[in-house]
Write a protein that binds this ligand. Sequence first.
Ligand SMILES: *Cc1c(COP(=O)(O)O)cnc(C)c1O
Length: 390
Amino acid sequence: MESTSIEKTARFGTLAVHAGQKPDAATGAIMTPIFQTSTYVQEAPGVHKGHEYARVSNPTRTALEGNLATLEGAAQGIAFASGVGATDAIVKSLRPGDHIVSSNDLYGGTYRLFRQVYEPFGIASSFVDMTDLAAVEQALRPETKLMWIETPTNPLIRVVDIRRLSDLAHAHGIDVAVDNTFATPYLQQPLALGADLVVHSTTKYLGGHSDVIGGAVCTSHADWVEKLRFQIKSTGAVPGPMDCFLTLRGTKTLHLRMERHCANARRLADFLDAHPKVGSVYYPGLPGDPGHELARAQMRDFGGMISFTLTDDDMDKALAVLSGTRVFSLAESLGGVESLIGHPATMTHASIPREERLAAGLSDTLIRLSVGIEDIEDLIEDLDQALAGV
Ligand SMILES: *Cc1c(COP(=O)(O)O)cnc(C)c1O
């Protein structure tokens, strides 16, 4: 990545707005153009301006990759067509016989990819409680090649110690990937805590407006850059230039949006915690939360995701809350400006067998919130009326 003088000295918000981008050389356009092209004309065979074919590279994508790499403190960013595409490229870089150790509380699509796509190809995975270091150590095998961390976890919003797990992994020669989708680089920078790879679904907070699907991997390891560029060229899960443009527009306001997501979530978690019809509230910003101290050390703030249960473990009541909101929309996904309410057991985590969900602490009545950037009073009033209806 080219780095300008701004990128060496500026702070997060300035980098979010500017990193990876410069005015268009041909026109002066301040916004990176959407280079809607599949190929690039060469002056003579092999003599070109740095781009040959758009599966391999596209200037709009290059700008996004530079921006994401800078925000994560990485040497390189590699953009993918989706978060799952980014995860897939990492797993495909392993070999049959290799083993992955991962979390028992993680994105349902990652679980499905590891279990249903890669186990038949001979890449096995173990899913353990990653808040328990001894359990992780026990799950390591001689053939373990990758540790896959998500923190905060999905959907139980637990906090996992990136530094301690990275130390453990490296002592065994294992590379560490952190899915940083929930925290974003504004709240947490896994590479600085020892991880080797950071993975994003840019669909969520980085894009931030629920209008684009995308993914990325950021790393400073030259061997991983080479492997992932090889995957992009050879297996082709590339994002289109329009999608890169939208994501790049999203990252410019990441710091502002995250501040509001976090402030709203803190207020909402307090409201839920005090509500007589609410049972458990899972949010590391609550002082009594088991992840609170670690989150304070590892993150800048506590994020915008909350899960909770009702005092009555009753499916009909949970479904009534899920269908009873007016500002919160019932939908999968997260990280957009609008507030969403979801039901992990039937929506985002339906691909995980019920017994495994229950064993991991994910009850059928768990409700998950992606707290948006609306006015907090409207969000509280909305949940208040939805809870009053049960
Ligand atoms: C959404 C999500 C993914 C998958 O990303 P897509 O862009 O939907 O492919 C991976 N990890 C987490 C934590 C997610 O929330």
